[in-house]
Design a binder for this molecule. Structure first.
Ligand code: BG6
Ligand code: MG
Length: 213
């Protein structure tokens, strides 16, 4: 049914839409530092890890920040974000997400999660889908964020599958680049004119068709 042996999913924007919560938390933080923050800016942060996102925001600030100040600001943003996601539930699963996971499972493939979010375990728990994954990468153990392939290579390694036998699923440009750099097949979720590096692009997991890739 599939030429792949594993499917490795991103979380934010693929399985659930947390972008709005990140937007609210980053906006408050950015504005507290006098930095303008809008939806377009938020889009450019998709798939970028916490400190990387903060650096991009503070690049527009009127002063320099010490590493300690940056850690404190990242912590403020994260606490706000954690407050916002504390009421998430299975109702926040994107359409087609559970069906896609179940299709992959039924086809006998391994299933991994490669999210750079340090809140991924919490979000999976709130969504009630933790046990659908054979391996979830702990973002705290990843040295280089997407577009570096490290997180996808780690997932493949832990699943015991060669990268060439993996299908990666991503909604962010940086994430698709990471999948391709890992030597995997990239399924993009979004628009083909944005995710230009993806092998195939679909609008949402509602269109997921494992046999077609
Ligand atoms: C990614 C999101 O999945 O995780 C980014 O697309 C986010 O927007 C990143 O910044 C890091 O998340 P966290 O939960 O570790 O701050
Ligand atoms: Mg994403």
């Amino acid at each position: 049914m599939s030429r792949f042996k594993a499917v490795i999913f991103d979380l934010d924007g693929v399985i659930t839409d947390t972008a709005h919560y990140h937007y609210l938390a980053w906006k408050q933080l950015a504005e507290s530092q006098g930095v303008h923050f809008d939806h377009e800016f938020n889009e450019s942060l998709k798939g970028i890890d916490r400190m990387g996102s903060l650096d991009l925001i503070l690049a527009s600030a009127s002063r320099q920040y010490t590493p300690e100040e940056k850690l404190a600001l990242a912590d403020v943003k994260n606490r706000h974000y954690q407050e916002l996601i504390s009421t998430m539930s299975a109702a926040d699963l994107l359409p087609g997400a559970v069906a896609a996971l179940d299709t992959v499972r039924a086809a006998g493939l391994r299933i991994g999660l490669a999210s750079v979010s340090k809140n991924a375990f919490t979000v999976l728990g709130r969504l009630g889908i933790t046990d659908k994954f054979d391996y979830v990468v702990d973002a705290a153990t990843i040295a280089r964020g997407k577009p570096d392939p490290e997180i996808f290579l780690r997932a493949a390694h832990e699943l015991g599958v060669a990268p060439a036998d993996c299908l990666g699923v991503e909604d962010a440009v940086a994430g698709v680049a990471a999948i391709k750099a890992a030597g995997m097949f990239a399924l993009g979720i979004g628009h083909p004119f944005v995710l230009t590096e993806a092998d195939v692009v679909i609008t949402s997991l509602k269109e997921f068709n494992l046999a077609a890739y």
